[in-house]
Ligand binder design. Structure first.
Ligand SMILES: *Cc1c(COP(=O)(O)O)cnc(C)c1O
Length: 229
């Protein structure tokens, strides 16, 4: 079996085991294959191996690969989004995981309205307080969600986080747990136009722990395509 297809199969198995361990339905976990820095040919190989969802960190790279692969894949934006790139997002991305400020929600809403479409987003939360990390503070999440909920053209569907990097996946567990608890609290507010069904958490090093803690989307790159150079 070609390497990429084989890697995908192994990850799906590991997701299934992690779900079983925590009494969850593995079908409730979506695998996003992170294709950043990977060629369009390899990304296409993943699609042909059955991957539906591809994740990119940069808008331009996503546009380039979209021109080759097109709507055969659902494109996810997982990296920081500059406000001036929001205009490319409606119609391109199935889900933007990395929205972390009102300015960006407003601009996405404006661009969506221009195209008569809706942009589906996750609110990225920085739970570690690391300065270099994107994401709003947990204590600001409620205010942002309530304010963004009033905008036509954007729909918040859940939360995303990136914990501090560690070789030990157990180090990520408290962050994933906190993210799911925060999503639960926000969901309980019952804000109109907002759902909290999509929890994007977990990468190559810690996706199993994320699944155990309740992630519904895991973002895996190097375990599928190999280490990035
Ligand atoms: C690069 C990246 C990933 C994938 O990382 P791997 O360790 O290669 O699986 C996931 N999420 C985000 C936000 C990323 O930037």
């Amino acid at each position: 079996m070609p390497v990429i297809a084989d890697n995908i199969r192994k990850i799906l198995e590991r997701i299934e085991q992690a779900a079983a361990k925590s009494g969850r339905d593995p079908k409730a976990v979506e695998l996003v294959a992170v294709t950043k820095t990977v060629g369009a040919d390899q990304a296409l190989e993943a699609v042909l191996a059955g991957m539906v969802s591809l994740g990119e960190s940069r808008v331009q790279e996503a546009r380039d690969k979209y021109s080759v692969i097109g709507p055969r894949a659902r494109w996810h934006l997982i990296g920081p989004l500059q406000t001036n790139k929001a205009k490319y997002c409606p119609g391109l991305f199935h889900l933007i995981h990395s929205v972390d400020r009102m300015e960006l929600f407003r601009e996405l809403a404006r661009q969506a309205a221009r195209k008569g479409s809706v942009v589906h987003c996750l609110l990225q939360v920085n739970l570690s307080g690391e300065k270099q990390k994107s994401g709003c503070r947990a204590e600001d999440a409620e205010r942002i969600v309530k304010e963004a909920a009033l905008l036509e053209g954007v729909r918040i569907q859940g939360l995303m986080t990136v914990p501090p990097y560690s070789d030990d996946p157990e180090e990520s567990r408290p962050y994933f747990r906190e993210l799911c608890q925060l999503a639960g609290r926000l969901d309980a507010l019952g804000v109109e136009n907002v759902t909290m069904d999509r929890i994007s958490a977990g990468m190559t090093n810690d996706f199993e722990v994320a699944v155990e803690e309740g992630a519904t989307i895991v973002r895996v790159g190097s375990a599928i395509f190999g280490e990035r150079l």
